[in-house]
Design a protein. Structure first.
Length: 280
């Protein structure tokens, strides 16, 4: 299995999208503080250099503990967090971002996202506050998350700073072709969360066949597929085995036939679908 060689894959093997490593560690639902800190430390010391969290995850303290414990310089880590939908008025954006930085134990993040275009979100006010944070040096880049093409276009139009990335659910059962095209048109990177569809892709016969062909795992094939699409994947993982397996995806090279076969999967499955989502 490719997994067995994962600990020999150096950080520089991971492709970079405009300064952002294209494979990261997601921390959604990683709620046990000790486990979360340990998984972040394990990932960083294995070679990961991209860590993703959010205010609503309730684990920014633990993520910060993992970063502090890892034998990796802060300057080498691409760190992202997200501002929750209750905190998107101007003053709340500023205040809660400072609180996030305190919890994370850092002076700034590399990427700060609007978590959803919902509730207190107002494009001009919210993104104006995000631009202020860039000016203050508290975030290097502005991102949006769960934005549909129309919300993305509005954000690009009103924001004084470039929109660096749009983080959305994306995997072989939800390839988001139209949204990826919209992001490309606006020079916005795509970051894919739940890239394994909460494990649903592992049961796909086509993906398993390709995994057997490459002596890889189904998870590794799915992550390699995302990379072929130009998508930065941030799979959540807590155990060392899963962190290692996902990192091993960097050694999997799919051919055009593999990609076409995955693209042809005739099944759609959206895992994250709250009532306040812009498509509802």
């Amino acid at each position: 299995m490719v997994t067995s060689d994962a600990d020999t894959i150096p950080p520089e093997t991971c492709p970079i999208a405009d300064g952002m490593p294209m494979l990261g560690l997601g921390t959604w639902q990683n709620e046990d503080p000790e486990q979360c800190a340990e998984s972040v430390q394990t990932a960083l010391e294995m070679g990961y250099r991209h860590i993703d969290t959010a205010q609503i995850y309730g684990n920014e303290d633990a993520v910060g503990d993992g970063i502090a414990a890892a034998d990796v310089d802060r300057e080498e880590i691409f760190l992202a967090t997200k501002v929750w939908i209750d905190n998107l008025e101007r003053d709340d954006v500023i205040e809660t971002t400072r609180e996030s930085l305190d919890r994370l134990g850092v002076d700034s993040v590399d990427l700060l996202y609007v978590h959803w275009p919902s509730r207190t979100y107002d494009a001009e006010e919210t993104l104006g506050a995000f631009s202020e944070l860039v000016d203050e040096g508290l975030t290097e880049r502005i991102g949006v998350s769960n934005f549909q093409p129309e919300q993305l276009e509005e954000a690009v139009d009103v924001c004084d700073e470039p929109i660096f990335a749009n983080q959305v659910e994306l995997h072989p059962l939800l390839p988001q072709a139209e949204l990826r095209e919209a992001c490309e048109a606006h020079d916005v990177e795509v970051v894919g969360y739940s890239p394994l569809a909460r494990g649903q892709v592992l049961d796909q016969p086509v993906i398993q066949e390709i995994a057997d062909k490459h002596d890889a795992s189904a998870a590794q094939v799915s992550l390699a597929w995302a990379r072929e699409k130009g998508v930065t994947a941030i799979p959540k993982a807590t155990s060392t085995d899963h962190i290692t397996d996902n990192w091993g995806s960097l050694a999997v090279d799919l051919d055009d036939e593999d990609v076409d076969a995955i693209d042809a999967i005739d099944e759609t499955n959206r895992e994250v679908d709250p009532d306040f989502a812009p498509w509802n």
